[in-house]
Write a new protein. Sequence first.
Length: 332
Amino acid sequence: MHQINDMDYKENILGTIGNTPLVKINKLTEELPCLVLAKYETFNPGNSVKDRMALKMIEDAEADGRLKPGGTIIEGTSGNTGMGLALAAIVKGYKCIFVISDKQSKEKMDVLRAVGAEVIVCPTDVEPDDPRSYYSVSKRLGEETPNSWYVNQYDNPSNCKAHFESTGPEIWEQTDGKVTHFVVGVGTGGTISGVGSYLKMHNPNVKVWGVDTYGSVFKKYHETGIFDENEIYPYVTEGIGEDILPANVNFNVIDGFTKVTDKDAAVYTQLLAKKEGMFLGNSAGAAIKGVLQLKEHFKKDDVVVVLFHDHGSRYVGKMFNDDWMREMGYID
């Protein structure tokens, strides 16, 4: 008979965040000489890597009084950060208002409403400083709503810190310190900067590669120091790339960027499901294609860790819908 203190359970859903598995990629990486391991973040309760930083940002804001009991959490999100914030808000007793751009999938909006958040939709194709943009609207709501806290994941240092404290150490321990390359899509920059700093602190030779998208400023800025407005145009890939430079992107930690097209990201998202049984989001397709594009950087004994951000259920109407794929010209 088990004693009562032998029972194994979490106090609430937030206790299940982190400690996600590393899973070997087999078929899609056959042409590479090295071991490729996926840090499989969909095992988090909100099905994405963003649960980690959402909880950390809330805990840090509670600790220094920015977020007060019964308060309202306000954020601009492409969906996943919102999910993580909403789960923590339910457990801790806060309200949530999320501002989302109209290019995000309907599933993401429905999911946020399902966990009790109020969702406001803004146009994608406007400048970041346009009053209608999701940056501007979320900022304004933060100023106008009583007892509210505007999260600002782009510039909030707790985002990066969450990955320095959890994701980085997990990857280091799971690979027994043998990781040689870390590859990940870059949006707010929290994951690449936090994980990258931790890994390089333990082994300065670890190479950190960002996956960027066409229509985003990161790659050119990293290589030239020029923020090129002409690089910016609307793109389909969700969750990576930016038309701003978030404070969380630490360019010093990043060794380089590779850009993946919208089409390749979508096609490889489907291939991960069909060849590896990995039902993942759009940025995972971009990430694995990015790994393949970096082929000449890898040697036989290398251990490449690629992080997969979120779950395929958020993209059933898009990348996993062949009518949509045909409409976009991504498949024949």
